[in-house]
Design a protein. Structure first.
Length: 369
């Protein structure tokens, strides 16, 4: 009996199609079940929990604003102290051990406020969850009560027009730091930093011995810093920041040398090491700027006239370059440290749009207009 290959092929094809249909139906059912479970968790738990967390955060923020003022509440919220009871307790402990500089806070000008930061969190959630919600028949996350609010977006530059020269100059607005530590002063016994004792101890680092002398009669430190005043202040700020971690000793004397030595290293890490890179056991860790061989001193590297390859790869355009630098310099705890960073940055390096990087840094830190 002859084999009917046409019928055989038809039977194979029919069987394949039937199996394919069954497999597709099974896959569709699995996808539908998975989507249902994800949707149930998202709509029933994740988003309601996020909304409730925002209510707690807002309540904590409002309570702090009523007690200490709006600017303190902004700094506390930016520092994540408003998210829950545990973080609020940590804030209470900090306030017990430190004195709040209310005057400095009152006059501060911050780039963001609670509503702006809240909207950023909502938009991040929208980007993350809206594609899933649309598959579930929900238009967007706002339909579930997670909505943005009206917020004031502050300008980041001032525009000055010179009618005589017919030119327009845009200058970055300098915003104040939102690090809580910048508005706190330790109050523990032996922790407060004595200016005279610090000046004497500072003779041992950074060549300050050439600028600080001891009066033979009064035994007081005579400080003549000139253009290195910012560096001296920055070192004092970092020393104060870590002094309490080295034990108080008698009026802070026992801890001061150790804290000062540690602060010297930290200040270098926060400024020069970020700018120029640092040598590690596994080789040199690249900084923000390129390095070239110093023709006058064999074996020594000096700053080149461009950003480093790694920096340019991560931030290829001028906008991202400026935003990264501005954001990170504002993370430095005090103004003196921010200004020292600007001073240490080498001259001649340009952003991708041709503007001068050092001038930009001097402007945003208030050293130049």
């Amino acid at each position: 009996m002859a084999i009917d290959f046409g019928r055989l092929a038809q039977g194979v094809a029919t069987g394949y199609l039937q199996a394919k249909i069954r497999n597709t139906e099974a896959n569709d059912a699995l996808k539908a079940n998975t989507l249902a479970r994800v949707g149930e968790t998202l709509i029933g738990e994740t988003i309601p929990n996020a909304i409730e967390a925002e209510k707690v955060r807002r309540t904590n923020y409002d309570n702090l604003a009523n007690q200490y003022g709006t600017n303190f509440a902004e700094v506390a919220d930016k520092g994540m102290f408003t998210i829950d009871d545990t973080s609020m307790k940590r804030l209470d402990e900090l306030l017990k051990d430190n004195q709040l500089d209310a005057e400095k806070l009152k006059n501060a000008n911050f780039e963001t406020d609670f509503n702006n930061r809240y909207n950023q969190r909502v938009m991040s959630a929208e980007e993350k969850y809206n594609p899933i919600l649309k598959q579930l028949g929900v238009d967007n996350i706002g339909a579930l009560g997670y909505n943005t609010v009206e917020a004031l977006v502050k300008p980041t530059e001032t525009t000055t027009k010179d009618t005589m020269a017919d030119t327009v100059t845009q200058t970055p607005i300098k915003f104040d730091n939102m690090q809580l530590s910048d508005y706190l002063t330790p109050t523990g016994i032996g922790v407060a930093l004595d200016p005279n004792k610090f000046a004497k101890a500072a003779q041992s680092v950074r060549g300050f011995d050439q600028l600080i002398k001891i009066d033979p009669v009064t035994k007081e430190a005579v400080v003549t810093l000139g253009d290195r005043g910012i560096e001296f202040t920055a070192l004092r700020d970092v020393t104060q920041e870590f002094l309490s971690q080295f034990g108080t000793g008698k009026e802070g004397e026992a801890s001061l040398p150790a804290a000062l030595s540690f602060a010297d290293k930290v200040l270098k890490e926060r400024t020069e090491d970020i700018i120029f890179g640092v040598r590690t056991a596994s080789g040199r860790q690249e900084g923000m700027v390129s390095l070239v061989a110093d023709s006058k001193t064999p074996g020594v590297m000096k700053a080149g006239n461009t950003f480093s390859n790694g920096f340019l790869t991560s931030f290829p355009d001028a906008l991202s370059q400026k935003k990264y630098i501005a954001t990170n310099i504002r993370e430095l705890p005090t103004l003196a440290q921010q200004q020292l960073f600007a001073q240490k940055f080498p001259e001649g390096i340009k952003f991708s749009d041709g503007t001068d990087a050092k001038i930009f840094l001097l402007q945003i830190t208030g050293l130049s207009r």
